[in-house]
Design a protein around this ligand. Structure first.
Ligand code: PBG
Length: 328
């Protein structure tokens, strides 16, 4: 870096003197076009069940999903990320790939009512498995290869329902290839994949598991999700997913993994998403509720930090609030 001169010639404070000046030299901007709002759908009518650990986030019936998505879209939020909570769980996650499953129904409804909203579907099995793991379980182990077929079928069923983008979040090896192949064989070669490429086994998913009713019934997810200690491994995961056909990649969680977002963006340059997960959201909400932190300022600052680290796309439960704040 060539700092033309030292103090007193160069005075950084000169450019901080007024709000307009600060805006003019601002390096990173947040905009509503970058936001993705996660939504949880379950069967029913007029259902809006607030999630205890996530104030302002609800399990919604399909009609309410349309209402919520319409409100978000009106605010300029371009995309939602859809998670399903099935009525029944089993050992094969049948609900995940059912033609008339809860996600498939809702995607059809959304594409009919709001054709210009981008619908991203989370492709995973944990919500649909009686044991709550993201793959087939045998002898207490989560099996990789037999799970791939189920994931690919799930993604295909989402694409058939009209999903614009599929987002595998299971962390099985080879899932992106399996999904890409099956989509291509079925004339969905134009459906993009955003892979949860670097997804860590994180304590910050706690509130989500209440929302999606997907907590593992035994053990944990450490045999498939990444170890928080590892950074180089994240680059290998991302490289693999790109080689297998990922069009966009995701780092998750976001705030505690800004270094990973930075490295992934720098190394690969692909459209990169940061997922501000349930626990991150809950922390800000809870502190704000106690009057310990300014919710709006803290939310905006953390999203800005993700953008500064290199994220192009921000997946956040606060998308609607952020859209409003950006307008005001
Ligand atoms: C499903 C999935 C999880 C999240 C997104 N997809 C939970 C998990 O892996 O246990 C977490 C999202 C959040 O915490 O907001 N595999």
């Amino acid at each position: 870096m060539n700092l033309h001169a030292a103090f007193p010639n160069y005075r950084p404070r000169r450019l901080r003197a007024s709000p307009v000046l600060r805006k003019l030299v601002c390096e990173t901007r947040l905009s509503v076009e970058q936001l993705v709002l996660p939504l949880f759908v379950r069967a029913g009518k007029k259902l809006r069940k607030e999630i205890g650990a996530m104030p302002g986030v609800f399990q919604l019936s399909p009609d309410e999903i349309v209402r919520e998505a319409t409100a978000a879209h009106k605010l300029g939020v371009p995309a939602i990320l859809l998670f399903g909570i099935p009525d029944k769980k089993d050992a094969k996650a049948s609900g995940a790939m059912a033609k008339n499953g809860i996600v498939q129904q809702t995607v059809r409804l959304l594409k009919k009512e709001l054709p210009s909203l981008l619908v991203v579907t989370d492709v995973c099995l944990c919500e649909y498995m009686e044991h709550g793991h993201c793959g087939i379980v045998s002898g207490g182990k989560i099996l990789n290869d037999p799970t791939l077929k189920l994931l690919a079928q799930t993604a295909l069923s989402h694409a058939e329902a009209g999903a614009d983008i599929v987002a595998p979040s299971d962390m099985m090896d080879g899932r992106v290839r399996a999904i890409r192949e099956l989509l291509d064989e079925n004339n969905f070669s134009d459906t993009p994949i955003i892979s949860y490429a670097a997804k860590y086994a994180s304590a910050f998913y706690g509130p989500f598991r209440e929302a999606a009713e997907s907590a593992p019934q035994f053990g944990d997810r450490r045999s498939y999700q990444m170890d928080a200690a590892n950074g180089n491994e994240a680059l290998r995961e991302v490289a693999l997913d790109i080689a297998e056909g990922a069009d966009m990649v995701m780092v998750k969680p976001a705030l505690a993994y800004l270094d990973i977002i930075h490295r992934v963006k720098k190394e690969f340059g692909l459209p990169t998403a940061a997922y501000a997960v349930s626990g991150e959201h809950a922390m800000i909400k809870a502190a704000a509720k106690n009057g310990w932190i300014d919710e709006r300022a803290a939310m905006m600052e953390s999203l800005l930090a993700m953008r500064r680290a290199g994220a192009d796309i921000l997946i956040t439960y606060a998308a609607m609030d952020v859209a409003k704040w950006l307008k005001s």
